[in-house]
Design a binder for this molecule. Structure first.
Ligand code: FES
Length: 78
């Protein structure tokens, strides 16, 4: 019986990694089927799927999850 993670013992098993406050990384190539039936294909080695819904390239991550609001301007008239 294998003792390691299944990914390491089954070469056909793909790894999916959830990045905290970031995308979901999926080993490619992948075909993503959206809720409206459209398909998005990526042949990349690792595909970053948007989990925040802010990406302009949804379902692919465009790093929009990193954007933060600017801190308030400390100047009195700023
Ligand atoms: S997770 Fe990166 S843009 Fe949404």
């Amino acid at each position: 019986m294998p003792t390691g993670p299944r990914h390491e013992t089954d070469p056909d098993r793909r790894r999916v990694t959830v990045v905290p406050d970031g995308p979901i990384l999926v080993e490619g190539p992948v075909e993503i089927v959206l809720d409206d039936g459209r398909k998005v294909v990526s042949d990349r080695f690792v595909v970053a799927l948007c989990a925040c819904r802010r990406s302009r390239r949804f379902p692919l991550c465009d790093t929009s999850h990193r954007r933060r609001t600017r801190p308030a301007d400390p100047r009195p008239d700023g």
